[in-house]
Design a protein around this ligand. Structure first.
Ligand SMILES: Cc1cc2nc3c(=O)[nH]c(=O)nc-3n(C[C@H](O)[C@H](O)[C@H](O)COP(=O)(O)OP(=O)(O)OC[C@H]3O[C@@H](n4cnc5c(N)ncnc54)[C@H](O)[C@@H]3O)c2cc1C
Length: 189
C-alpha cells in the first residue's frame, strides 16, 4: 500500500505538471479512478505471479553458486549454478527465465534476464550469457560483459525464482526428446 501511495503521489504530480490548467476537478477524479483501477489490477497480477511461482512476496531472490563456467565461444558463456544454501530450488520449466542481479563497479545494482538454457536436472540451473559487444557509438552491454569477465567457478550470483508464462507445458515425467523445428519452435515427434 505504501508503494501504491508513492506511485499515486508522483504519477498524479506528473499528470498535473503536464496537463496544468486542463486538470479540472472532474479530470482529476477520472484520472484518480483509472489510477487506482490500474494499481489494483497490477497488484493482483503480481500476487498471482508469486502464487504460481510458489514463493512468498519478498522471497524472489536467492544466492546461487557457480559450479561450472565454460567458454563455449569467445562471446558465449554458460554458467551452471546450484543453490548456495543447499536447499531445494523452486520448480523451473523449459522456456522460463531468471533475473540475475549484480552490483556494478560504480555501486549501482543491475538486473538482467537470462533464459534457462538447458535442464541439468536436480536443483541445478544453467544460463547462457551472450556478450553484447560495443560498437562505434554504442557501449558494450554492462551485465553481459561483467558476468563472463568477472564471474568464475565458486563465485556467488543472486538469481530470482524462474518466471515467464511461455513455457513447455509438459508433464514432469515426460521422457520423449524434443525436436527443434524451424522458426525457433519445438515439438515432440
Ligand atoms: C526474457 C528474457 C530472456 C533473455 N535471455 C537471454 C539469454 O538467455 N542470454 C542472453 O545473453 N541474453 C538474454 N536476454 C537479454 C539479457 O537480459 C540482457 O538484455 C543482455 O545480456 C544485455 O544486457 P547488458 O547489461 O549486457 O546490456 P545493456 O548495458 O543493458 O545494454 C543494452 C544495449 O543498449 C546499448 N546501450 C547502452 N547504453 C547506451 C548508450 N548510452 N547509447 C547507446 N546505446 C547504449 C548497448 O550497446 C547494448 O546494445 C534475455 C532478455 C529477456 C527479456
Amino acid at each position: 500500500m505504501i508503494t501504491n501511495s508513492i506511485v499515486h503521489k508522483y504519477l498524479f504530480g506528473a499528470i498535473a505538471g503536464v496537463l496544468g490548467d486542463m486538470v479540472t476537478p472532474e479530470v482529476a477524479a477520472a484520472w484518480d479512478e483509472v489510477g487506482w483501477l490500474m494499481a489494483g489490477a497490477l497488484i493482483g497480477r503480481e500476487a498471482r505471479l508469486y502464487r504460481d511461482a510458489a514463493v512468498e512476496r519478498g522471497e524472489v531472490w536467492r544466492q546461487w553458486t557457480v559450479i561450472e563456467r565454460r567458454t563455449e565461444t569467445p562471446n558465449t558463456v554458460p554458467f551452471l549454478l546450484t543453490p548456495s544454501d543447499g536447499e531445494p530450488a523452486p520448480r523451473a520449466r523449459a522456456g522460463q527465465y531468471v533475473s540475475v542481479r549484480v552490483r556494478m563497479a560504480a555501486g549501482a545494482r543491475q538486473s538482467r534476464q537470462y533464459s534457462l538454457s538447458s535442464d541439468p536436472g536436480e536443483d541445478l540451473r544453467r544460463i547462457t550469457v551472450k556478450l553484447v559487444a560495443g560498437t562505434a557509438g554504442e557501449p558494450a552491454g554492462e551485465v553481459s560483459t561483467l558476468l563472463p569477465e568477472q564471474v568464475r567457478d565458486g563465485d556467488g550470483l543472486t538469481l530470482s525464482t524462474p518466471f515467464g508464462d511461455v513455457f513447455l507445458d509438459a508433464p514432469d515425467n515426460a521422457t520423449d526428446p524434443l525436436v527443434p523445428g524451424p522458426r525457433a519452435s519445438a515439438a515432440r515427434p
